[in-house]
Ligand binder design. Structure first.
Ligand code: GLU
Length: 312
């Protein structure tokens, strides 16, 4: 039994990540279980130089300590390969050489704007055909199956995976394992029984539960922490100018001031400077807001742009 922090080292830790990790920390510590750290560096093309070290340093600065050595998805290819082989042996994987543009053209997007439902174009095609491009591998979702779960903050949820995403990708054509596969394999193998993450991932949860069950595992419980939005109310981009932990550090904000203000916006305290450890004494999940929570920052001037480091 454990919880986890799962940062993607694609940029600076912003207040959205800090907020989610604060809740994940409080949940794990209040349950008395280990809190593991997993660096989600699956897609090398998106990893920013120095981002991992800076995020880990920000977490320590905030007082969000984890247990044990960090795990890295980039080193776990063999585990993902084995899971793919098991799913394949169960007849749940098929190759798909549709291009992204082809899928977008024929697919329907039933829910949110950016979610595309794959219509199953390649599902029944022969596997030994000549492929037009290196094929992705897709999970053959059971038609009609309803996934139900109870979110720790949002209550009962139910979803038809075939209607939301259709047969989703497990490994891309370029060989990169999909987030959906990696996160499920990792949570099962790391013994994570309670996932705390941002509300933006709520639409992925039914998919991941279906995958965990197909792998013979018991899916974890989930709590989707409040979404943190920019000062303008829009979703925080990965490089959220002005509202990263580094921006606050550069403006001489103390970690206690930052944690206190985050806790206030989350509904957990009155806003006085504090530490995660001190918040634990009065932590009550029932007081947590469903959000969204508005980010704040000392201004964009202090933002360090990691893309320039990457170029240089
Ligand atoms: N690495 C993901 C993120 O930074 C979190 C994935 C998860 O918690 O399932 O958004």
């Amino acid at each position: 039994m454990s919880g986890r922090l799962a940062p993607s080292p694609t940029g600076e830790l912003h207040l959205g990540g800090a907020s989610t990790f604060l809740v994940a920390w409080l949940e794990a510590r209040s349950r008395g279980v280990p809190l593991l750290l997993r660096v989600e560096d699956l897609d090398a093309a998106r990893v920013a130089p120095h981002a991992e070290a800076r995020i880990l340093d920000d977490l320590a600065w905030l007082g969000l300590a984890w247990d044990g050595a960090p795990a890295r998805q980039s080193t776990r290819g063999a585990a993902y390969e084995a899971a793919l082989a098991a799913l394949d042996a169960a007849g749940l994987v098929y190759p798909c050489d549709c291009s992204r543009a082809e899928v977008a053209r024929i697919a329907s997007a039933p829910h949110e704007g950016d979610e595309v439902r794959y219509p199953g174009t390649c599902r029944d095609k022969p596997r030994d055909r000549a492929f037009r491009r290196a094929p992705a591998l897709r999970f053959a979702v059971t038609p009609g199956a309803l996934v139900a779960f109870v979110d720790g903050l949002r209550g009962p949820q139910r979803e038809r995976v075939d209607l939301r995403a259709g047969d989703f990708v497990l490994r891309r054509g370029d060989g990169v394992f999909a987030y959906q596969l990696a996160v499920v394999v990792d949570d099962l193998e790391m013994g994570v029984d309670h996932v705390v993450r941002g509300a933006d991932l709520l639409p992925s949860t039914a998919r991941q539960i279906a995958l965990a069950r197909a792998l013979g595992g018991a899916p974890p419980a989930y709590l989707h922490a409040p979404l943190v939005v920019g000062e303008d109310g829009a979703r925080l981009a990965k490089r959220a100018a002005g509202v990263t932990v580094r921006d606050h550090r550069a403006a001489a904000t103390s970690p206690e001031a930052l944690v206190g203000e985050l806790a206030r916006r989350l509904g957990l305290s009155g806003g006085a400077p504090t530490t995660p450890a001190a918040l634990l004494a009065t932590y009550d999940r029932a007081r947590l807001t469903r959000g969204p929570v508005r980010a704040w920052g000392p201004g964009a001037a202090a933002t360090r742009d990691l893309t320039q480091e990457r170029a240089g």
